[in-house]
Every structure is written in structure tokens, then in C-alpha cells.
Design a protein around this ligand. Structure first.
Ligand code: ARG
Length: 465
């Protein structure tokens, strides 16, 4: 191999991060071989010692990774043999790098998915704590980015909690499938040694919710499919799309035209030439990084699409997109939880440095766009008008108000009655933001009573996480 080809085909400089899973997988394999009488007790003991030594070397940074040894698997195995001799060479009995690498990636990813689920829980808690403080804060709810109806800021935050709770559930479903054992499929066709694959799954904790070992049931499929990685990047893409939508809103809300919020200084930067600037870099980057994660999903799908069964070297290309997806998602979730709720002072237990909410700006924006027009229509329906007629009547009232430059609630009773005689003085209750908000009591609606019930539900749910 020329130096160029060696560099082209090697993966050790990125797949070395799988080293812990690789050693864990090897130890479970060796123990099973020993229990099945395929490997001697002495050899297994030597392998255990050798792996302990290698673990210490890698942890201390003393381990010498060699490009010539191609990947993490061959590097560790070569060092093992260097340390313990023939026993090291026996480790690879009844397996292949094909089932080994699939096992390593699944083990590693299962643990990462668990971490990501926990970070999703933390982010939901951060949103929930902000929601609890902002039940009575009213902002315009938009459709088409046009003022539509007043909603509570807490209600808006709760919408994201719903999205992130589904993301967490998706992650757990994917973990259940990822955590399944390929080892024992060997190169592609299985092995003639009397191995016990179920035992290896047990030793590696590759078990379902009932504690039953999960083993890939077809050797060709076991070594060749990376659908678990694709599912994971797909769920990650969706998660990032949720983050990106929230980012977009934070960016808009922080612009002077909205001025609804302020993001703490440590998540923003200034401009090198405009001294007054404070830019929402973190949400902007998160929005940008969403493209990167979605790109990884596309990359993995394309990687898989034309591969004949079974293993092909193409699959070595699954690692960098997968690793980068995990890193990006974890960092993004951590930083968002901090940006929203602030950071906890370990001595006082109090949070500080989260989002600052400008409730007056939110409130006056909600007053601007005839956000209670639907409430007036509903009021007329309650007085006996068919909804379509009520809609028409209110449209005329809004047109008139627009011409006069007035809010609906600023029209006199006589003016309002000129649109329909059934309008009475009690109309002003529904024309206020609070009146509108409190009236939306349907399940999942924005009335404070509904919001409190939702906060309660999420609090109980997140306590169990
Ligand atoms: N480095 C390889 C990968 O990541 C390991 C498996 C190689 N197997 C083989 N037969 N060359 O996929």
C-alpha cells in the first residue's frame, strides 16, 4: 500500500473514540469463548490483564495509535498480542472485524442516546421553570407571522416541551433497536464454533425492557445494515429542527423590532465595527448546525443506498457523520438549557443568567394587531349570530378601526353598536387580552387554568425521568 492509500483507507484517527466499546466487546467475547470451552481460562485471564493495561495506556495518552494498523480494532488487538503473546492472537476466534465494528458502534451509540435523552429532559425542565414564571405574560400568537390571537408566553414554551418530549421518546425507541448484538455473525455467514451469542448480549447489557438479550437474527443483516445510525441521525435532525424553530423565534424576539426578550451576554457577541450591537450568536449557530445534522442524515442514507449485502468498506464512512451528530446535539442541548434557565449557583441553588422577558413589549405587541377580533366574533355568536355573519361584521369593524388608527377596544359602545345592535357594554371584557386568554379553556388551550394543568402534568412526568 502506498502512503496515500494507507491514509485513504485508515480510520484509526477517528474511530479510536470507540476504544472503550471495543475493549468491552472483546472482553465479553473472550469470556463467552472461555465459558464455551473455545478459549482456555489462562488465555482469558491474560486477555483481561492485557486489556486492563491497554485501558490505562489509552486513558493516560501513552497508547501509540498507528496509521499502519488501519483502525481501532487492529490497533488494540496488535498491542494486546505485543503484551500477552499467543493469547492475544486467539481473541479473534469466531469473530470478524465486520461484526466487531457493528457491535462497537451500537454499544457506543446506545450509551450516547441515553445521555442525549437525559439532556432533553434537562432542556424540558429549563423550559418548564421559565413557563411557571410566565403564565400571565401575554404575547401575540401568530399565524403566517401575522398577529392572530393573544396567547400566554408559558403556553408558547409548553409547545416546545411537547416537541422535545416526543424527541426524547423517539430516542428511547431507537435505543431499544440499536442495543442489539451483531457479534457472532462473524464475517457474514456465522461461525462453525459452538458460540453462545445470547450470553454475549447479556454480558454487554444488550437487553430489552424485560431484561431479555437482544441478538441480531440474521448474520448478513447484522454486519451490513446501519439503519440504527440512520434512525438516530433522523431523530437528531428532527430534534435539531425543533431547536432551529426555537432559535428563529429567539432571534426574532431579540431584534429591536420585537424586543420581547434579552439573551444573557455570555451567549451573544458584539460587532467589531458597530459598538451598539449584541448578536444572538448561539441561536444563530444552532439554526446553522441544524443543516449540518440534516446533512449527516442525507450522507448516511446515500452511504447505504447502493450497497449489496453484506459488509462493504463503505460502512467505515458511517462514523464521522455519526460522531459529529452526537457532539453537535449534545452541545446544543446543554447550551440551550443554560441559555433559557440560566446556570445554577451550587452554593445557593439559585439559577441566574437565563432569558430576560420583557412582558410590556410582548403585551403591547399583542394589543397592536386586532388580536381579539376572533373574540368579538365569538361574542356575537353567543348573541345568536351565525359564525360566518359574525366574522363579516367583525371584519367591517376592524376595517373601520384600521382607518381610524384605533384598537377595537378603543371604539365607543355606540361605534361598536353601529356594526351590530346586539353588542352591549360587556363586550369590553372579551376585547381585553386577559378576557380573550381566560376564555380559551378547551383542553390544550391557552387559558391559565389549562396551562397550570399542563405544567402540573409535565412536572410529574419529568420528576420520573
Ligand atoms: N474500520 C472498519 C469499519 O469501520 C472495520 C471493519 C473492517 N472490515 C473489513 N473487512 N475490512 O468499518
Amino acid at each position: 500500500m502506498s502512503e496515500l492509500v494507507q491514509r485513504y483507507t485508515a480510520s484509526v484517527f477517528f474511530d479510536q473514540r470507540l476504544w472503550r466499546a471495543d475493549i468491552q466487546g472483546s472482553l465479553a467475547h473472550a469470556q463467552m469463548l472461555c465459558e464455551c470451552g473455545i478459549l482456555s481460562g489462562d488465555d482469558f485471564a491474560a486477555i483481561k490483564n492485557g486489556m486492563q493495561h491497554i485501558t490505562a495506556e489509552i486513558e493516560s495518552g501513552a497508547f501509540e495509535w498507528k496509521l499502519a494498523l488501519e483502525d481501532v480494532h487492529l490497533n488494540i488487538e496488535a498491542r494486546l498480542t505485543q503484551l500477552i503473546g499467543d493469547a492475544g492472537k486467539r481473541l479473534h476466534t469466531a469473530r470478524s472485524r465486520n461484526d466487531q465494528v457493528a457491535t462497537d458502534v451500537r454499544l457506543w451509540l446506545s450509551a450516547e442516546i441515553e445521555l442525549i435523552t437525559q439532556l432533553l429532559v434537562e432542556l424540558q425542565r429549563a423550559l418548564l421553570s421559565l413557563a411557571e414564571k410566565n403564565i400571565d405574560v401575554i404575547l401575540p400568537g401568530f399565524t403566517h407571522l401575522q398577529v392572530a390571537q393573544p396567547v400566554s408566553f408559558a403556553h408558547h414554551l409548553l409547545a416546545y416541551i411537547e416537541m422535545f418530549s416526543r424527541d426524547a421518546a423517539r430516542m428511547q425507541e431507537i435505543k431499544a433497536r440499536t442495543n442489539t448484538l451483531p457479534l457472532g455473525a462473524a464475517a457474514l455467514a456465522g461461525t462453525s464454533y459452538p458460540i453462545n451469542r445470547t450470553r454475549v448480549a447479556e454480558l454487554l447489557g444488550m437487553v430489552n425492557a424485560m431484561g431479555e438479550p437482544q441478538v441480531c437474527q440474521n448474520s448478513l443483516d447484522a454486519v451490513s445494515d446501519r439503519d440504527f445510525a440512520i434512525e438516530f441521525t433522523s431523530a437528531s435532525s428532527l430534534l435539531m429542527v425543533h431547536i432551529s424553530r426555537m432559535s428563529e423565534e429567539l432571534i426574532l424576539w431579540m431584534s429591536q423590532n420585537f424586543a420581547f426578550i434579552q439573551i444573557a451576554d455570555r451567549f451573544t457577541t458584539g460587532s467589531s465595527i458597530m459598538p451598539q450591537k449584541k448578536n444572538p450568536d448561539v441561536p444563530e449557530l444552532a439554526r446553522g448546525k441544524t443543516g449540518r445534522v440534516v446533512g449527516h442524515l442525507m450522507g448516511l442514507l446515500m452511504l447505504m443506498k447502493a450497497q449489496p449485502l453484506a459488509y462493504n468498506k463503505d460502512n467505515q464512512e458511517d462514523k464521522e457523520p455519526l460522531f459529529d451528530t452526537v457532539d453537535t446535539v449534545k452541545d446544543t442541548l446543554r447550551i440551550f438549557a443554560q441559555m433559557i434557565a440560566g446556570e445554577k449557583d451550587p452554593s445557593t441553588g439559585l439559577f441566574s443568567g437565563g432569558l430576560t422577558i420583557h412582558k410590556e413589549a410582548m403585551q403591547s405587541a399583542a394589543l397592536k394587531g386586532y388580536a381579539t377580533a376572533t373574540d368579538l366574533a365569538d361574542y356575537l355568536v353567543k348573541k345568536g349570530l351565525p359564525f360566518r355573519d359574525a366574522h363579516e361584521t367583525v371584519a367591517l369593524a376592524v376595517k373601520h378601526s384600521l382607518r381610524e388608527g384605533l384598537e377595537l377596544s378603543a371604539l365607543t359602545l355606540e361605534q361598536l353598536q353601529s356594526f351590530h345592535p346586539s353588542i352591549q357594554a360587556d363586550v369590553y371584557d372579551v376585547l381585553s387580552l386577559e378576557g380573550s386568554l381566560h376564555s380559551r379553556t378547551s383542553l390544550g388551550g391557552t387559558a391559565p387554568a389549562q396551562i397550570k394543568a399542563q405544567i402540573q402534568r409535565h412536572t410529574l412526568r419529568l420528576q420520573k425521568e
